[in-house]
Design a protein around this ligand. Structure first.
Ligand code: ADP
Ligand code: UDP
Length: 313
């Protein structure tokens, strides 16, 4: 039995907030139509934002605010459409939105090494939301709509490019095996590389000519992915450096929603390398790859250093 029932989401932001703050039991049902606010880039007539505010950000912030007071946003998993090595994607009652579930599964070496690490899903889901929010606040368009609970996030459904964009600030991992370079070598300039997302082939290194000739993406789309990746590198290198960590390298994936390229997938210690800036201790998935132990403890330490408060059940 509920005290109050509210339908619709964005247009009801204020009633939802008032109801939840008044400690009424508030259930918010989301319809299947895309509302006006989701489609609005800059909202210029909402009070309190003289410079305007991005529609999707306003939706996200309103939800976060109401959820703080206990509002319950109903968003059902309709059907699992993909079960990757670490995450599962579900359709929802909105055709443009997916639920991304971070599981406790860990994998390395293109799926050849696997394990279940308790609490990994929760830390990675919340870690990813923190980083995506930070990137969004700094002008990087991404797929995250909002955090739903410890292990689930709501995201825009994307047509993913089948490629991985890697940036390296130091040489380690596959590039050392490929080029015989010294491990940890500081590169003169951040290096950008494309890989084909194909576990069976071991994610081979490719260049933009392969991508364009095989039709995996167009030249202008590649330019945008490269420049966004460099921007992410600048922003996150500083963010981690300010908390005593070196961002060694990382992988990004992009996709298209409504004709726009958005950063998709995740940014977590699973897909990047982070070293302590004094001891050079590895704080990322290399702890799992190389059996160094304390994998999840390290992920929590990185989150803590960045000021995140990770909730675990
Ligand atoms: P993998 O595919 O490497 O095993 P995951 O376990 O992380 O990886 O699975 C997540 C899958 O969902 C990946 O294939 C990723 O490309 C895809 N994905 C990530 N974000 C989105 C999105 N917003 N829309 C559609 N697919 C996505
Ligand atoms: N990476 C990833 N997924 C992949 C391949 C690489 O997240 O399928 C990340 C990896 O964690 C590292 C960066 O991309 O931060 C560069 O990885 P590298 O090419 O060195 O490959 P690896 O040594 O992991 O095989």
């Amino acid at each position: 039995i509920r005290d109050d029932l509210v339908t619709g989401v964005q247009t009801c932001a204020l009633p939802i907030l008032y109801a939840s703050r008044a400690a009424l039991n508030t259930l918010v049902l989301q319809g299947t139509e895309l509302d006006q606010l989701s489609l609005t880039t800059v909202v210029e007539n909402y009070p309190g934002f003289p410079e305007g505010i991005m529609g999707p950000k306003l939706i996200r912030d309103s939800r976060t605010q109401a959820q703080k007071f206990g509002a319950n946003y109903e968003m059902e998993k309709v059907k699992e459409i993909a079960a990757g090595k670490a995450k599962s994607m579900f359709t929802t009652n909105n055709p443009n939105e997916l639920i991304m579930e971070f599981r406790d599964d860990a994998s390395a070496f293109d799926g050849k090494k696997r394990a279940s690490l308790a609490g990994k899903g929760a830390v990675n889901n919340q870690f990813n939301a923190f980083i995506m929010d930070y990137l969004g606040d700094n002008g990087v368009d991404h797929h995250l709509i909002n955090l739903m609970d410890n292990t689930h996030s709501l995201v825009h459904s994307l047509d993913m490019f089948p490629i991985e964009c890697v940036i390296r600030n130091r040489a380690t991992g596959s590039i050392c095996r490929r080029l015989g370079t010294e491990d940890g070598l500081i590169l003169d300039k951040p290096l950008f590389e494309f890989f084909l997302k194909d576990d069976d082939l071991g994610d081979p290194l490719i260049n933009r000519n392969h991508i364009v000739s095989f039709g995996w993406a167009k030249d202008d789309e590649l330019d945008e992915m490269i420049s966004t990746s460099h921007k992410v590198n600048e922003l996150l290198t500083k963010l981690f450096a300010d908390s005593g960590m070196i961002l060694v390298d990382f992988k990004l994936e992009f996709g298209v929603s409504n004709g726009k390229i958005l950063l998709g997938d995740e940014f977590t210690p699973d897909g990047c390398r982070l070293w302590d800036d004094e001891t050079l201790e590895k704080l990322d998935k290399d702890r799992f790859r190389q059996d160094l132990g304390d994998v999840i403890e390290s992920y929590h330490m990185v989150a803590h250093r960045l000021g995140m408060q990770i909730k675990v059940d």
